[in-house]
Design a protein. Structure first.
Ligand code: HEM
Ligand code: HEM
Length: 111
């Protein structure tokens, strides 16, 4: 389980960084500009090339589905920790205040 968690976290980081780069590279190979907010354009990172564009499109498309599958598995694993194992792993990431022993701070009306 530790190995699966570590590998999936590396894969999540790789896809979080890689997907936008693939999108940018794909548009560069299409000779299509990437416009940020306010009329600021990113420079092309690849020369125009139909074959590169096809390759990058396929990579961007299929890796996106792998990314979505991984996110679903990741959320399922987080819920497994929270609802089945009750081991404090979910609380380490969830945006709720926790005590040193891993239990949640329950707010009352007086607070
Ligand atoms: C985590 C980030 C991203 C994810 C998960 C993602 C996912 C996807 C998916 C699933 C498609 C296929 C849509 C379809 O045709 O059915 C797609 C298409 C596309 N993406 Fe992304 N994308 C991401 C980031 C980006 C970025 C940063 C750019 C541009 C800078 C970009 C540019 C494009 C373009 C241009 C297409 C359409 C390609 C075409 O059909 O000509 N993507 N993306
Ligand atoms: C409902 C949504 C999510 C929940 C509840 C959740 C929960 C968690 C939990 C419990 C951990 C483990 C924290 C620990 O090791 O103590 C974790 C780690 C991580 N999550 Fe999520 N997560 C969610 C969505 C996402 C998404 C959408 C991504 C990426 C696209 C992501 C990327 C990561 C990464 C990369 C780590 C490893 C952090 C590290 O230790 O370096 N998570 N998440």
């Amino acid at each position: 389980m530790k190995l699966a968690a570590e590998l999936s976290h590396y894969a999540l980081y790789a896809l979080m960084i890689g997907m936008p780069l693939l999108g940018w590279a794909m548009l560069s190979a299409s000779a299509y500009p990437v416009e940020l907010y306010g009329g600021i354009y990113l420079p092309a990172i690849l020369p125009q090339s139909d074959s590169l564009r096809t390759l990058l499109w396929n990579a961007h498309f299929y890796l996106a589905f792998a990314f979505f599958a991984l996110i679903l598995m990741h959320v399922a694993a987080a819920l497994f920790h929270a609802l089945v194992r009750h081991d404090g792993v979910f609380e380490a990431m969830a945006p709720v205040p926790i005590r040193d022993d891993g239990t949640r701070v329950e707010y009352t009306a007086a607070e």
